[in-house]
Design a protein around this ligand. Sequence first.
Ligand SMILES: [Zn+2]
Length: 170
Amino acid sequence: MGDLGRTRRRMRAKFKELDLPRTRTVDDLCAAVAERTGREIRLEPRRMKVGEPSGFVERRAAADIVHFEQETSALHQAHIICHELAHLLCGHLGEAPTPEEEEAAAHVELPTLDPDLIRLVLGRSHYDEAAEEEAEILGAELTRNLVLAPGAGTTSQLAPALEHRKGQHV
Ligand SMILES: [Zn+2]
């Protein structure tokens, strides 16, 4: 795998290049990131199931939907969202489907499969280890860029959140 130090330097340089404004809320951060990616970003809280990652991006024709665990602290949610935004900024996702492709996919019938399972399989992106490393580092930079409200916790409290994520996101 790649040299972690080098990845760290590259991601920090990328973060500087993005020249994001300091934002108070994840919504404002999403809007700023959307300006950089040129695509709408929507936040979709949900209750993740056992075995699901704590967050993932679903690339739709009209927008990138960031799904994130709702049953956790605001700080942990911010970290999950920042990690997923980092995947977007790094270009780790494939091409968005065209509206026609999306329409066609909606009509494919998979009656024997659990709808939740279908969403899991189709909506979840698989990244390699190098991509995960990039997203962890850039995501941490994005989290630090948030001017979190008092009581939301400090960045040092992110450590358990990071531990929690480990191995859950493929
Ligand atoms: Zn990831």
